[in-house]
Write a protein that binds this ligand. Structure first.
Ligand code: IPE
Ligand code: IPE
Ligand code: MG
Length: 251
């Protein structure tokens, strides 16, 4: 290729070996419990302990954002008792972990449709978000009553409102303007998505945000996800070549 031609080719930017933003679909709580002849809720409870550990490992590795898929829009379809136990567990964990999050410099953000969550849970989410808002180490994004379809649909509705209020022409409304209405639009998209529990699907998680995310499916059930698993995944991420549809700069 001539030098002239080469310079007009857009090369992919220098790649960072540590992901800025990790997103996790924490799956396998129920199956882990079943394998140990325990009620499903024991799986969820153990899962919370792993969340605490993963926050620590992310901080140690200077990861800036960690998104955790905690409850999907479809999870409301589970038995009432499981849903209610999950909500109680979320509230209890928030209360218990707030102090630790503050000490560790973790900023909490909760995204999703808050209108269907229990009122006392939402109140507590607001308290902890306020208490941790000036923290600047890791941002922990908990996705609760979150669905990728809901997020995009919600952004579309907000966009229509803006178009009507500002009397803008649809042609003048850019993709970037639309994306500003997505949840956590101020946070860069995930570099790495991990799904534990062996399933190989996205299950309506970040649909827009995962466009160029590296995907890693791990068989370990979430309640026993270990630092070894985590380190192995980070090592594997280092070997990925991210091209974003462009050309690899080293070629
Ligand atoms: C993930 O574990 C936690 C939530 C969806 C709340 P599951 O409860 O889906 O566990 P499995 O997939 O049944 O093993
Ligand atoms: C995805 O797990 C949702 C969360 C981890 C919160 P699910 O267990 O709900 O997903 P499916 O049903 O296996 O696709
Ligand atoms: Mg599951």
């Amino acid at each position: 290729m001539s030098d002239e031609k080469k310079s007009s080719v857009v090369l992919v930017e220098e790649q960072s070996f540590v992901p800025n933003h990790i997103a996790i679909i924490m799956d396998g709580n129920g199956r882990w419990a079943k394998e140990h002849s325990l009620p499903r809720m024991m799986g969820h409870q153990r899962g919370v302990k792993v969340v605490r550990e993963v926050v620590k490992w992310c901080n140690e590795n200077n990861i800036l954002y960690l998104s955790l898929f905690a409850f999907s829009t479809e999870n409301w379809g589970r038995p009432k008792s499981e849903v209610s136990h999950l909500m109680t567990l979320f509230l209890r964990s928030l209360k218990k972990e707030a102090k630790d999050l503050i000490e560790k410099g973790v900023k909490l953000r909760v995204i999703g449709n808050r209108s269907r969550l229990p009122k006392n849970l939402v109140e507590h989410i607001c308290i902890v978000e306020e208490q941790t808002k000036n923290n600047n180490k890791l941002t922990l994004i908990i996705c609760a009553d979150y669905g990728g379809h809901w997020d995009i649909y919600n952004a579309a509705k907000q966009s229509i409102k803006v178009l009507q209020e500002k009397k803008l022409a649809v042609e003048d409304y850019s993709e970037e303007m639309f994306a500003q209405h997505l949840q956590a639009s101020d946070i860069p998209p995930p570099d790495l998505l991990i799904r534990t529990g062996g399933e190989k699907r996205i299950s309506n998680f970040y649909l827009w945000q995962l466009a160029y995310t590296e995907l890693y499916f791990c068989d370990t059930y979430w309640p026993v996800f270990s630092q070894n698993d985590f380190n192995e995944i980070l090592e594997s991420y280092k070997k990925r070549v991210r091209r974003f549809g462009k050309l690899d700069s080293s070629k």
